[in-house]
Design a protein. Sequence first.
Lengths: 423, 232
Amino acid sequence: MLRFFIKGLIRDRQRSLLPIIVVTLGVMLTVLGHTWITGILGDVIDFNARFSTGHVKVMTSEYFENIDQMPNDLALLESEAFIAELQEKYPDMTWVERISFGGLIDAPDEEGETRAQGPAAGMALDLLSPESQEAERLNLQNILIKGTLPTSPDEVILSDEFASRLEVEPDDQVTLITTTMYGAMSITNFTVCGTIKFGVGALDRGGIIADISGIRYALDMEDATGEILGYFPGGEYPDEKAITLTENFNNKYADEEDRFSPVMVPLRDQNSLTGMIDIIGYMSGIIISIFMIAMAIVLWNAGLLGGLRRYGEMGLRLAIGEHKGHIYRSLLSESVVIGIVGSVIGTLIGLLFASLMSKGIDFSDMMEGSTMMMPGVYRTQITLESYYIGFFPGVLATVFGTALAGIGIYKRQTANLFKELQA
Amino acid sequence: MDNNTIIQTDHLVKRFPIGGGHFTALEDIDLRIGKGEFTGLVGPSGSGKTTMLNIIGSLDDPSEGDAQVLGTSIKNIGARRASTLRKKHIGFIFQTYNLMPVYTVFENVEFPLLLLKMSDSERKKAVMDALEWVGLTSKVKSKPKQLSGGESQRVAIARAMVKKPELVLADEPTANLDAENSHNILRTMEKLNEELNTTFLFATHDDKVIRYLKRIIYLEDGKVVGDEQVKK
């Protein structure tokens, strides 16, 4: 029987083509929207994890309280032994030291007098150890505009925008004016070895990157670090794992009485990312709901029009002994077939567009004033969910639309069939 | 109801509500129609012919009295049992053929058998037999729009006959056909009536049909005003 109705569906384009087009479009947009949001928010999370938050971050509790001030006077001491301890306890994870610092960069003229100055927000990380993967993690080689990455502790990279404003080029000298961990003034000369473009307004305005050993020297932070970032294997941020790890760690190490006791904070609790992570979860539901309701309304109307067109057929079927429930179910079966066909086509087209846009669209010029740690290139990301997420609105909307339109069958009076079928 | 009676109505009344009151479409109808009859309900428009077919076809129920069709009481029959009665035992022929346009002639005739859940081979044989009765085996793959009016009505007859029902109800079956096609159709139905002993009940006021009837029941204003056996 189903085969009979499918045959009818295939032959009757008015019955199948419009609904399939509607479902295809809706599903395609759902898939595209989902991959787009997953990609953007995933990139934001990934970007923050690489640059700033890690998947988890360890610091002193007081440092965490005042993190916006980059309070290196509250840094973790004996960091070398502590990071070895972390590595031993959590061997699957990668632990790296980072020092965030602020200061003034002074560019001298030929006489050694100040020619230009600008406030800098810096990050120190391990760029010189052979086993370090920090340069790859921050994708430094690829975002290098001029020069090279640091090869010695007294070399720094400036953001290209910052370097242009200061009118400095690779091999020029600059001076970092800041305070040491103990509050003393620190004036240290560095050689600019290269410039980079982060693609993030917040970093491009006054970003400076240096090897951690050079900054330790400048800030008098021997065997100390502001932050220790932990990364789970695989690169993806596993929210639940991070929360569990954090709870375990803090149960063991955190001490409310000791402001220098280490605390671990998961990515979701840093840089206002909590909402962002939750949005990823909610957004799929919101997208599905929007397209489902819109498609159901369109398909409901299409079903009503189809019902008018097939009024004679339905009457005939009732007259020759098909039960109303059977006709209703056959319409629902047709809608399931339409929903599945539309969903398959829509998913394939959606995935095709998503893969074409997986390299991303560069919005970095529009984000120059942004203070958020957001990537400038927005790309789609195809996940396992992308392959099936469109089927929910695709099939549910067609069935729901048909279910509403088909109610008329139950209201049809068989007593009028002879008259109606003479029309 | 004796074994030979296929339709029996007892004091059958049908009223339709109109405004505050009601209109009586059938009034105190007592009829017996036997197996294998070729009978017509004849009368002007509004005489109650179609209402009578509706009740006998279990598409509507009586207001008073009862109709027994193949031993089943139509009064309070319920939608599901009524569907089953129609599906298994009654064939319908309409004035406007009502073929499903996206299906071929074969598929249109096959449809009632799908409802009866017959096997593929049984279905195919029954459909081909039915198309042979109406002389349309060469048109199995044609679509309704490729058929003439006469051919379309012959397909509708094949569709009504394919399940070999005991009773066929035909409402003005020749109203849309010219004289020649009307006679062909009626000869076909006459032949099926004789060969398969199927009971045919027509609602008509068409002289072309009346000439073929073996029994004529005259209706006027919802009452039987005459019942005549025609000798051929």
